[in-house]
Write a protein that binds this ligand. Structure first.
Ligand SMILES: NC(=O)c1ccc[n+]([C@@H]2O[C@H](COP(=O)([O-])OP(=O)(O)OC[C@H]3O[C@@H](n4cnc5c(N)ncnc54)[C@H](O)[C@@H]3O)[C@@H](O)[C@H]2O)c1
Length: 340
């Protein structure tokens, strides 16, 4: 075992504690379980009796060893989709900045007032790029990546955090989705990822990484999500195809984060977002929905070397809601209560 590796002691009660063996001095850790706790023959038997405090070696760590798990120092990250302080993209940008990345921002140019609001919002992130880009315009997209090539000379991280559909297509009968509405939703929300990755290809540096934002409505029926569910299904499929293309060619990883419902500008267009959030608060294992900060932290992880073996995946950040096969039985509900 190398001096820095960890070992885990499993007990017959299912408890497990991880030990960090970093040679030098000794630290202690608590191992719970029964005297019959198993440990792998590969690892040395821990000293002392199980159930007592045990000592394991600990060497004072070097500065390098102490660096955070999610370390994005020296990386240049383009974040798309910041509209205001509630935007999930803003949570991601903050997490990336905290991890040491240099931030570039691409925003939808609506009007001067909105632009100066975004500029003020992102000021603390000290962005070294601020580029207007409507993803419906090929010229805008080319100009964005051209600016990046000129100013940064390359790209390490791409965050795709945008979506749009006509409000009228986010309620009522799905079969009434308009032809134009379908093209609009999939063009902005799905095709933009494919196009961005294509334009970013010549710019990606070694170990580059992409994250996009998706939602459970891609896989299951969520009332009113309608055409956006189709767009997100296409987005998640695109994640897999892009991962398969960019991995062997460039070593670039592509992943999705499936976030639980959060109140934002985009989500407020979905009929019943308040009910969706309440439903998660009542039924998700954590009994709450998630925050932009939690989504941001997971995106930063996926974009970092800590996730170097993960690509083509969709990771849920939803308080566990997606694992539930049924609403929780409340007190008094059939089959609910103790022993129900
Ligand atoms: N809020 C949620 O509950 C939730 C849950 C899961 C996934 N998501 C996804 O997260 C992403 C970000 O959404 P959000 O909830 O933070 O809302 P938001 O409104 O803050 O962000 C949406 C962004 O898309 C941008 N956008 C729309 N049309 C564009 C265009 N033509 N060109 C460029 N940009 C355009 C908007 O300017 C905005 O910045 C979306 O993909 C959304 O589907 C949101």
């Amino acid at each position: 075992m190398s001096p820095a590796t960890s070992f885990v002691v499993h007990s017959t009660l299912g408890n497990a504690k991880a030990y960090h063996r970093v040679s030098g001095c000794w630290s202690s850790a608590w191992v719970s379980g029964t005297p019959r706790a198993r440990h792998s023959a590969r690892w040395p038997r821990p000293r002392g009796r199980i159930g007592h405090r045990l000592s394991v070696p600990l060497r004072l760590q070097s500065n390098e060893a102490r660096s955070p798990l999610v370390d994005l120092r020296g990386k240049q990250a383009l974040v798309t989709g910041i509209a205001n302080q509630r935007s999930i993209a803003f949570g991601v940008a903050q997490a990336l900045k905290q991890a040491g990345a240099e931030i570039g921002v691409a925003y939808l140019p609506i009007n001067e007032r909105a632009e100066s609001k975004i500029a003020k919002l992102v000021e603390p992130l000290s962005p070294t790029l601020m580029v207007p880009c409507d993803v419906q315009s090929r010229a805008n997209m080319e100009a964005l990546f051209d600016t990046m090539r000129q100013k940064w000379g390359g790209l390490d991280i791409l965050v795709h955090c945008l979506a749009f559909a006509d409000r009228g297509d986010l309620e009522g009968d799905f079969s009434k989705t308009s032809r134009d509405g379908f093209h609009l939703a999939l063009g902005v929300s799905t095709y933009s990822l494919i196009e961005m990755c294509g334009l970013a290809k010549p710019l990606f540096r070694k170990n580059g990484s992409v994250v996009t934002l998706t939602y459970l409505g891609a896989e299951r029926v969520v009332p009113n999500y309608n055409v956006m569910g189709v767009a997100k299904a296409g987005l998640e499929c695109s994640v897999r195809y892009l991962a398969s293309e960019l991995g062997p060619q460039l070593g670039v990883r592509v992943n999705g984060v499936s976030a639980g419902p959060i109140r934002t500008l985009a989500s407020s267009a979905i009929g019943g977002i308040t009910t969706m959030i309440r439903n998660v608060e009542m039924n998700a294992p954590l009994r709450r929905t998630v925050t932009q900060e939690e989504v941001g932290k997971t995106a930063a992880f996926l974009l970092s070397e800590a996730a170097s073996g993960i690509t083509g995946q969709v990771l849920y950040v939803d308080s566990g809601y997606a694992i539930m096969g049924s609403p929780v039985f409340g007190d008094g509900a059939p089959g609910g209560g103790a022993g129900g």
